[in-house]
Ligand binder design. Sequence first.
Ligand code: FAD
Ligand code: MLT
Ligand code: ZN
Length: 461
Amino acid sequence: MPDTRLDSLRAALPGLRLLTDPAELEHYGRDWTRRWTPAPLAIALPDSVEDVQAIVRWANANGVAIVPSGGRTGLSGGAVAADGELVVSLERMNKVLGFDAVDRTLTVQAGIPLQLAQEAARERGLQYPVDFAARGSCSIGGNIATNAGGIRVVRYGNTREWIVGLKLVTGGGELLELGRALVKNSSGYDLRHLAIASEGTLGIVVEATLRLADPPPPTNVMLLALPSFEALMRVFAAFRSRLQLQAFEFLTDVALRHVLAHGAQAPFDEVHPFYVVTEFASDEASEAEALAAFEQCVNDGLVSDGVISASEAQAAQLWRLREGITESLAKYVPYKNDVSVRVSAMPAFLAETQALLGREYPQFEVVWFGHIGDGNLHINILKPDAVAQADFVADCERVTKLLAEVLQRHGGSISAEHGIGLVKKPYLWCTRSAAEIAAMRGIKAALDPNGIMNPGKLFDA
Ligand code: FAD
Ligand code: MLT
Ligand code: ZN
């Protein structure tokens, strides 16, 4: 049955591309979580800021909820439209708008894929350093809305550090120009930072000005094999004290097994319980320091084996072992936990979490990996074939509550970089106090008075 509400949107914006085909509703109505059945009203594909403003005004007038949509690579259900919402996809707003060599900034439309923004920076002799495996599909708007992290946070920080300006169409339909790419600006609240990690609940990011960095040095990649979790933090400390690390990532033997089954090449003859992928400058001094750190760790019994890349192709092969994990697990539709604590709290948190999961999940396969240098662990639980999906999710939710209590005791976060969305909404309390959540609700009410922007995500109204 065609929905007559859309007639008035077509009349207000005759040139707007609007999709209602069932296959398209399904495609645009879900993200990588695959847990909810997509059921959007329609998909709108605006071409301009003016289109976005007109859509938001129409949605307010007609009481229609909006789900802002980037590349839908999100892992928290933030871009899911399962309840008759209008999906506003930014995919046609994907252009580079400007570059300023003096300010070292790149201005882009929010729908541009991360990889195209990275390439645009590289072509101009600079670097946009936020980076992770979904680079080809995720958008700058989605990265801003989730404050995406990735594999180089240990060196460059999260998305938040690199957004010097953005334009936001608020839930009320106003266009706010936030940040203005000023280096210094002490003129009151920095509303730009409210938009970052807002998960589409305050408005739609339509443009962004990215700060660019010096190009990265030529690098080497080293893969280390480790005997224990305890060794991880000590190896990190040893390498960090000697080198400026570009990345320091870890995975377990279980994660490696899945990536190898997915086509990657085995790095060692023997299996080891833990692995680290680390990257550093390939100049002579850095290489010497890396080898010295490696020898020190071997002598201290913290590292059992290692390999260093001798070419770009080998470096890419080593990175595949870490970056290929998510894809290799996708067929299991894993239950994902993306948690963080201060790096100093990591050893105690690791020990407690390991004990908890060992006790609660003897029947499930648990895959650990993540950004150990940032205190960020990805804990993926795989459903055994014999267990029904609903029972599996219920069990994972029960254990996540226990994990949330551990996180609260250690002052950690239930979402390090993926966002809260629908998946982690029941556990926001462990990271945010009741007063903070009340303040967030107040901010939402100010920018989205009718509550049309991504309702039900992050927290309930
Ligand atoms: P979407 O999934 O489309 O949306 C995510 C959220 O942002 C939703 O709430 C949506 O409503 C909102 N949103 C999207 N666009 C806008 C906009 N223009 N304005 C306002 N709100 C908007 N994440 C990391 O942080 N680090 C990683 O290392 C990492 N690795 C990944 C690897 C793989 C293989 C995959 C599949 C995902 C990975 N992710 C990672 C998760 C995901 O890629 C990021 O969360 C990414 O930032 C999402 O971008 P997107 O454009 O796909 O957003
Ligand atoms: C990663 O670090 O690979 C991502 O955050 C994706 C994931 O957690 O699956
Ligand atoms: Zn990650």
